[in-house]
Write a protein that binds this ligand. Structure first.
Ligand SMILES: [Zn+2]
Length: 162
């Protein structure tokens, strides 16, 4: 049993919904709303395939040399500061050949909260793998939930709440 997580539509904070879920029953919650967000009070969306996304990311990144992991971590951090953070982030992800399938899933139209939470999840995978070597999917999810911090850069948040 694991707790169902939601992603804030406005600021991208990941938060637990208080609902427990048996493994394999994720489809039940697809498209559902949950809230309020502990950071800004807006509604959140319960994302489809959040665990799968992190598991897949983990599998790909774990095979890389630390140097390559550090480079992507650095490129993602820089992209966040770029004038067009989302475009720069997509470009950074696409520059990694073995990451293209995952980047493709990020490119499907998503709201800012979902997009940046997936990017934050990739950053968490990189940070944890660099620190500990081997990491479980649930460890990454716990880490992202525990942060309880906005994942959407202020520039884009301003645009989406107007
Ligand atoms: Zn929020």
């Amino acid at each position: 049993m694991r707790e169902v997580t939601a992603i804030c539509d406005v600021c991208g904070t990941v938060f637990p919904t208080g609902v427990g879920m048996a493994p394999g029953s994720s489809a039940l919650f697809v498209g559902n709303k949950a809230g309020p967000c502990p950071n800004c009070g807006a509604d959140g969306t319960i994302p489809d395939g959040f665990y799968d996304f992190i598991g897949e990311t983990l599998r790909v990144i774990s095979d890389w040399e630390p140097e390559r992991q550090r480079r992507l971590a650095r490129d993602l951090a820089r992209a966040r500061q770029a004038p067009d953070p989302r475009g720069a982030t997509v470009a950074a992800l696409q520059s990694e050949p073995s990451f293209q399938a995952i980047a493709q899933r990020l490119l499907v139209p998503r709201n800012a909260g979902e997009f940046w939470t997936l990017v934050a999840a990739i950053a968490a995978v990189l940070a944890l793998v660099l620190q500990f070597g081997e990491v479980e999917t649930s460890t990454v999810v716990d880490h992202v939930i525990r942060e309880q911090a906005p994942t959407v850069p202020p520039e884009e948040r301003g645009l989406s709440t107007d």
